[in-house]
Design a protein around this ligand. Structure first.
Ligand SMILES: NC(=O)c1ccc[n+]([C@@H]2O[C@H](COP(=O)([O-])OP(=O)(O)OC[C@H]3O[C@@H](n4cnc5c(N)ncnc54)[C@H](OP(=O)(O)O)[C@@H]3O)[C@@H](O)[C@H]2O)c1
Length: 361
């Protein structure tokens, strides 16, 4: 293929997109050209877009004017190399643009990973500059490319939140409330808590009425509560809230219901990206951003570098295997189809049981 195809998103209006095609670039000295043969698409990518300026997600693959390239988790193959240590044929897993090709600049190269050391990426969150060289990995992981694109970055976060709650003795809570539990990140957290015999806390998932049956089928919650039915939650039991929705009204409702019994409130996601907003002062624990790198850093200091992420990846593989058959993987192989699905994702028109995989090659 001689053309590189990319989908760009208007940074001020994520529903506006444009397709950009150009000749495939040649790698310079020290760079590699990769062909991105697959990437996953979920609400997490919408969050990257809506917090792109705040957190810096637009900075990894800069576009022009007010356009941005939304990052995605994908697998790619090195198809041209100006870097001796990363030859043609190497396979990678990491952070890519919604595109058929990209240029990377490997540094700190090890057998199993490298870091993109391009100058424009150095001030950005370091987590996303790492690329796994997957040919160095166990065969079972090499066989899980779809799951890695679609689930691992989310389930690794689920595990880190699970570990954060366990590490803090659930802040004294007797129940864990999970907002937007039908999301992969939310359901993954519910699954990890529910499956752990050491965890006695009840797991209560909150979701849209239309997604209750899906979550019940996953069997990861003690109780599934539809939005609007929050009064069913026992407010006498101290609760830790983990929010994937970012929905200010839901947060306020739960805090007012639980009062001082809301003993911890972790803000993780914003699937309800158009319902975000200020909550003002609320009863109970102050809602606080969950910062995954802090939990990784704490555990790395205790367990050794890389240990927390290794556990998170192992847990991701387990949950992904358990969910086989629950997620219907669909392939999108054209950029107009991708643009249409991107808008459907923004408009909450993608059922949680659908797993969207894309290839623009
Ligand atoms: N902070 C971190 O480190 C981190 C890491 C990973 C993920 N996250 C966040 O966790 C959240 C979940 O991500 P995911 O990829 O797991 O999600 P996902 O599986 O794509 O979530 C799908 C669910 O999100 C809700 N939803 C999706 N689009 C919506 C819309 N436009 N309006 C209202 N609700 C919508 C619906 O759930 P309900 O009906 O159940 O609400 C839907 O079933 C994202 O916001 C993501 O950024 C954060």
């Amino acid at each position: 293929m001689t053309q590189c195809t990319e989908l760009w998103v208007d940074r001020a209006d994520p529903r506006r997109t444009t397709v950009v095609t150009r000749p495939v670039p040649a790698p310079g000295q020290g760079e590699v050209l990769v062909a991105i043969d697959k990437f996953g698409l979920t609400s997490n990518n919408v969050s990257y877009a809506v917090t792109g300026d705040l957190i810096g997600y637009w900075g990894y693959y800069p576009a022009e004017d007010n356009w941005g390239k939304v990052p995605v988790w994908g697998c790619a193959e090195v198809v041209a190399s100006g870097c001796d240590q990363v030859p043609v044929g190497d396979r990678l897993w990491g952070f890519f643009p919604m595109a058929s090709h990209a240029i990377l600049q490997p540094g700190k190269v090890r057998e199993d990973q490298f870091v993109d050391v391009a100058a424009h990426r150095q001030a950005l969150p370091a987590l996303y500059n790492g690329y796994r060289r997957t040919r160095a990995e166990p065969a079972f992981l090499q066989d899980m490319e779809v799951e890695r694109c679609l689930l691992f970055p989310l389930l690794a976060t689920s595990w880190l939140i699970y570990d954060f709650l366990v590490d803090n003795d659930f802040f004294g809570a007797g129940q864990v409330l999970i907002g937007s539990v039908s999301s992969k990140t939310g359901a993954g957290l519910a699954e990890l808590l529910h499956a752990d015999p050491q965890v006695s806390q009840r797991v209560i998932g909150l979701t849209s009425p239309g997604n209750v049956a899906y979550v019940e089928r996953l069997g990861c919650c003690d109780e599934v509560v539809a939005y609007g039915q929050e009064q069913r939650i026992d407010a006498a039991v101290p609760a830790a809230y983990v929010d994937m929705s970012g929905d200010a009204r839901l947060t306020a409702t739960l805090h007012r219901l639980l009062g001082a019994n809301m003993v911890n409130s972790a803000m993780v996601g914003a699937t309800h990206w158009e319902q975000r907003g200020e909550t003002g002062d609320l009863p109970g624990a102050k809602p606080t951003f969950f910062f995954a790198p802090a939990q990784i850093g704490k555990r790395d200091a205790q367990w050794g570098p890389g240990a927390a992420m290794a556990k998170a990846m192992a847990a991701s593989a387990q949950v992904a295997q358990k969910w086989q058959g629950e997620l219907a993987v669909e392939w999108i192989r054209d950029v107009d189809g991708l643009a249409a699905l991107w808008r459907q994702l923004l408009d909450n028109e993608i059922a949680p049981s659908r797993g969207l995989m894309v290839s623009l090659l």
